[in-house]
Design a protein. Structure first.
Length: 465
């Protein structure tokens, strides 16, 4: 553990040194391997601009490094500068005719440019000279996948995985392609073969578990993840997937055990604490739930799910003033969550903050205009305030967006009857009855006083089968 920490500290110091060099405009010397790490760091974080700057700095110190030219060409391709990337790679090709990275990079550029046939041709040429063929098979698969030829993509991803079962990217993409083609179940034997060939491969069991997980067979997924962790007890990702599978099954106590295993074998995690808090919430163990949500927040103040979780607990306990504080914190951290805005709106209304409640429902509707419940809850506030016209307007807007939702027509009918607009009310009632007759009961559940209206009853009887 100490060695890993020291190594991480050295790498962090390396990035800081490079950043200081950029900030001071002074030239600092770096070993070629150090530059390769810096370039990889920025590339992994999708900061292609800084990665290219790092390449240029490295080339200034190592102008004859073809590896750096190849790195820069690939980065330019990722940035969309295809012509410049090809120019660079052709410079390398003049010197190293049989360098597989030249063909590989050309293929990457052609794939990025949408020239899939040419890309695949270049990748196949690379196979003749490359020692590590799994990466090339992966790129061929990726080209076919981007081209929309999923069956061919699966074929080459399989070739990649056959050479390197630990290639996580290939495993993720092949599973995705199998989902698209609908052949996931038929492909199960492919993943089972790796387990049969090496029953002590934790990766093979993990991959098999992921396939069962995708198929919704959570019991078998859990069994596979369990084997994986028996072979590699510190395999945190397997514990995580196992925990999530238990959550899908509603087995929250077992999910907590798996999440705790992650904490036992890995560093403290705000996300894991939050997940444990949610499991305890599902078990109605409010004190434990809040404790873990708070541990999550203590570790990461920006963990919006944990703030929201505490708000949910307080709301369930009828502590709405306190809930409002936590819901507001959650929406400030993540403004695009419908659930956060809806929960905040309901809590605000409970404490008498009518205007804030209306504003929160309006924000929720902007994010997810296809959710009828938002409009129903939003409009009822206005209705209860005696503002029948605005309440009706909100429902009519919802009907424009969701013309097949019968409940909206029944609610429009109720509001219009309350406003004395009987003719319009009956029109909306008829539409609701046509769409879904049985839902007319919602009208009386919400407004029981309407059951005494004979004209309404006669109209409903006309549509009774």
């Amino acid at each position: 553990m100490k060695e890993n920490f020291d190594e991480h500290s050295e790498e962090l110091e390396l990035i800081q040194r490079f950043e200081q060099m950029l900030g001071s405009s002074e030239t600092a010397f770096f070993d070629l391997n150090d530059f390769e790490y810096i370039i990889d760091h920025y590339t992994a974080n999708f900061d292609y601009k800084k990665a290219i700057i790092a390449c240029d700095s490295a080339l200034a110190q190592y102008p004859f490094s073809n590896e750096l030219l190849i790195d820069k060409a690939q980065l330019l391709a990722m940035s969309g500068s295809f012509d410049e990337a090809l120019t660079l790679i052709e410079q390398v090709a003049e010197v190293e005719v049989q360098n597989p990275d030249v063909f590989l990079t050309r293929g990457i550029i052609f794939t990025q440019r949408g020239d899939y046939r040419d890309a695949i041709d270049q990748f196949k040429k690379a196979l003749a000279f490359a020692e590590d063929r799994d990466d090339i098979f992966f790129n061929i698969g990726l080209a076919y996948q981007t081209w929309g030829k999923f069956a061919s993509a699966i074929k080459y991803y399989k070739k990649c995985i056959a050479l390197n079962v630990e290639n996580e990217a290939a495993m993720q993409e092949v599973v995705y392609c199998m989902e698209i083609t609908g052949n996931m179940r038929e492909e199960l034997p492919f993943f089972q073969e790796f387990v049969d060939a090496d029953p002590y491969s934790y990766v093979a069991w993990f991959n098999l578990g992921n396939v069962y997980n995708k198929l919704g067979n959570y019991d078998k997924a859990i069994a596979a993840y369990d084997y994986s962790t028996l072979i590699k007890p510190d395999f945190i990702t397997a514990y995580n997937n196992m925990a999530n599978a238990y959550v899908f099954l509603g087995e929250y106590t077992k999910a907590i055990e798996a999440f705790n295993a992650m904490l036992e074998h890995g560093p403290p995690s705000a996300e894991v604490y939050c997940n444990i808090g949610e499991c305890y919430e599902k078990l109605n163990q409010w004190d434990l739930s809040r404790r873990y949500y708070q541990k999550s927040i203590d570790l990461d103040q920006t963990m919006d799910e944990a703030w929201f979780g505490i708000g949910i607990i307080l709301d369930a306990q009828g502590k709405w003033y306190e809930a409002v504080h936590f819901f507001r914190k959650a929406v400030n951290l993540y403004e695009d969550s419908v659930d956060y805005w809806v929960a905040l709106a309901a809590a605000e209304y409970h404490v008498g903050h009518v205007v804030s409640a209306l504003e929160s429902y309006e924000r929720a509707a902007e994010i997810q205009p296809g959710d009828k419940d938002i409009y129903l809850n939003w409009s009822i506030i206005l209705f209860e305030q005696g503002n029948f016209e605005e309440a009706t307007e909100i429902i009519l807007n919802a009907i424009e967006l969701q013309p097949d939702e019968a409940e909206l027509y029944y609610r429009a009918c109720a509001y219009m009857l309350s406003a004395g607009k009987y003719k319009e009310a009956y029109n909306y009632l008829e539409n609701g009855l046509i769409l879904d007759f049985n839902k007319h009961k919602l009208l009386f559940e919400f407004f029981p006083e309407l059951e005494s209206q004979r004209a309404l009853a006669r109209l409903i009887d006309q549509y009774r089968k």
